[in-house]
Write a protein that binds this ligand. Sequence first.
Ligand SMILES: NC(=O)C1=CN([C@@H]2O[C@H](COP(=O)(O)OP(=O)(O)OC[C@H]3O[C@@H](n4cnc5c(N)ncnc54)[C@H](OP(=O)(O)O)[C@@H]3O)[C@@H](O)[C@H]2O)C=CC1
Ligand SMILES: C[C@H]1O[C@H](OP(=O)(O)OP(=O)(O)OC[C@H]2O[C@@H](n3cnc4c(=O)[nH]c(N)nc43)[C@H](O)[C@@H]2O)[C@@H](O)[C@@H](O)C1=O
Length: 321
Amino acid sequence: MTEYTPGPLDRDATVYVAGHRGLVGSAIWRHLDEQGFSRLVGRSSAELDLRDRDAVFGFFADTRPRYVVLAAAKVGGILANCTYPVDFLSENLQIQTNVLDAALQHEVERVLFLGSSCIYPKLAPQPIKEEYLLTGHLEPTNDAYAIAKIAGILHVQAVRRQYGLPWISAMPTNLYGSGDNFSREDSHVLPALIRRYDQARRTGAPSVTNWGSGTPRREFLHVDDMAAACLHLLEHFDGPTQVNVGTGQDLTIRDLAALVADAVGYDGETHWDTSKPDGTPRKLLDVSQLTASGWEPQVPLAEGVARTVAWYRSHGESIRQ
Ligand SMILES: NC(=O)C1=CN([C@@H]2O[C@H](COP(=O)(O)OP(=O)(O)OC[C@H]3O[C@@H](n4cnc5c(N)ncnc54)[C@H](OP(=O)(O)O)[C@@H]3O)[C@@H](O)[C@H]2O)C=CC1
Ligand SMILES: C[C@H]1O[C@H](OP(=O)(O)OP(=O)(O)OC[C@H]2O[C@@H](n3cnc4c(=O)[nH]c(N)nc43)[C@H](O)[C@@H]2O)[C@@H](O)[C@@H](O)C1=O
C-alpha cells in the first residue's frame, strides 16, 4: 500500500460510531462531539441489527460515512463469556464482518476496529506486547470471543494488504465508567463490585461474596481515556499491527474490591466464591507503542471509580439489569 500519513480528521466528515449507546461507543461519541465533529451517525441495535448484512449495506449506501469506529459487539464479563460462547463467537463475527465489508465497498477512509486484551495467550509474558498475538493458547473462559476479535484484526490487516486502505485496530484493556453494564450475571468485575458493595451498604449486609479467588490481576482504563485514545490513534497512528490501549498498571481483584468498598463506604466483610472462574491470572498490556505516539491516560483508578459510583447512584432505575 502507498504510505499514509495520519493527521487531523475532517470535523465536517460523516463519522459512523457503531455501538454508540454502549459503554465505549457513547464515550467516543461524547469525545468526538466535544472535539467538534459535526456529523456523527449512530443507530441502536433495534434500529439497525448489524447481524443483518443487507441492512448494514443499505445503511452504508444511505449514510456514506468517511470514517467508522467499530465499537458494536456482543460484550460481557467472564461468566457471560463462559455461558454463551456461541453468541460471542457468531454475533461478533457477523457484526464485524458485515460492517467491515460494507466499509470496504464504500471505501471508507479510516476504520478503527476495537478488540480486547483477551486476544493474547493466557500465559503470555507480562507486560503483553502486541507481537505476542498468536504465540500461545488462549484463556478458555473467553476463547470464542477472542477468536472473533482476532478474526477482526486479521480482517483489517487483509484490507490494508489487498486494498491499501489505512484501517487500524486497537486492543483495550478492561474498561469501566459511566454507562457501563451493571447487570448481576453478565457484567464485568468493576460494575459488578460497585453494585454489590453499594447494595450491601444500603441494606446493612454484614458481608459480600465476590467471584473467584481474588488473586487474578487486572488493568483498568476509564472509558473517557479510551475515547480520547481512539481519536488520538486515528489522527496519529497508522500501521498493520493492533495497538494496545491501557494504563500499564494493574492490581489484584482483591485490592480492587477493597478500593470499591472504600469508594461506596462499605465496611463489612468480603468473602470469595472459588466455584466461580478466575480467568486468566494476569493480562497487563505493554502500552509503550501508544505512549511513544504521545498519548497518556488522564483518569487515575480511584478517581474513575468514584466517578462511576456517582454515575451509578444517579442513574438508579435506568441502568442495565
Ligand atoms: N467493556 C470492556 O471492558 C471492554 C470492551 N472492549 C470492546 O469495546 C467495544 C465496545 O464494548 P462496550 O461498549 O463495553 O460494550 P456494550 O455492551 O456497552 O455496548 C455494545 C454496543 O454494541 C451494540 N450492539 C451489540 N449487538 C449489536 C447488533 N447486533 N447490532 C447493532 N448493534 C449491536 C449495542 O447496541 P444497543 O445498545 O443499541 O443494543 C451497544 O451499543 C467492543 O468491541 C468490546 O469488545 C474491549 C475491551 C474491554
Ligand atoms: C474485558 C474482558 O472481560 C472478560 O475477562 P475478565 O477480565 O476475566 O473479566 P471480568 O471483568 O468478568 O472478571 C475479572 C475478574 O474479576 C473476578 N470477579 C470477582 N467478582 C466478580 C463479579 O461479581 N463479576 C465479574 N464479572 N467478575 C468478578 C472474576 O472472577 C475475574 O477473576 C472477558 O470476558 C473478556 O472477554 C474481556 O475482554
